[in-house]
Write a protein that binds this ligand. Structure first.
Ligand code: CU
Length: 149
């Protein structure tokens, strides 16, 4: 499917927001879900056994969202990478074993983005090759999951 990408100058906003959010997440622990005025939707994503749950996430354009990333593996560190030069997306966050990190995404433009884990042990398949990959789809309007609020 193809989405039109509105040409908005969101890059610096997204960069600043992410840096700020990572800083915040390191200061506050899991449970932080409100940032600034308005409602922030929180989506919990579990990382473990070389996969994300859920692996396909649908968001609405302009709705701020906090991804609550929980690494449930006891020993394996994971990562959440979401890069798209055309959208100014540059997320690269490590989630240590047994820990969680919150990432707030704001002002996403419509489109389909791939996220993945960039971790890899020497001489082994990368986590991504083992299946640690998912999609973040940003749609203009709520299409199917009307119940998600
Ligand atoms: Cu991983």
């Amino acid at each position: 499917m193809t989405y039109l990408y509105p040409r908005l100058s969101l890059k610096s906003t997204v960069y600043r927001t992410l840096q700020f959010t990572v800083l915040l997440a390191s200061l506050l622990t899991a449970g932080w879900s409100q940032a600034g005025p308005g409602y922030t939707k929180v989506i919990k994503v579990t990382l473990g056994d070389y996969r994300y749950m859920p692996k396909d996430i649908q968001l609405i354009i302009d709705q701020p969202v906090t991804l609550h990333l929980v690494n449930v593996d006891a020993f394996t560190p994971h990562n959440f990478t979401l890069e798209d030069d055309s959208d100014g997306l540059d997320v690269n966050i490590d989630i240590p074993a047994g820990e969680s990190v919150d990432v707030q995404l704001m002002a996403l433009v419509a489109g389909r983005h791939i996220f993945y884990c960039r971790n890899k042990l020497l001489f082994m398949d990368s986590h991504r090759e083992k299946g640690m990959e998912g999609t973040l789809t940003v749609v203009p309007e709520l299409q199917t999951n009307k119940t998600a609020k």
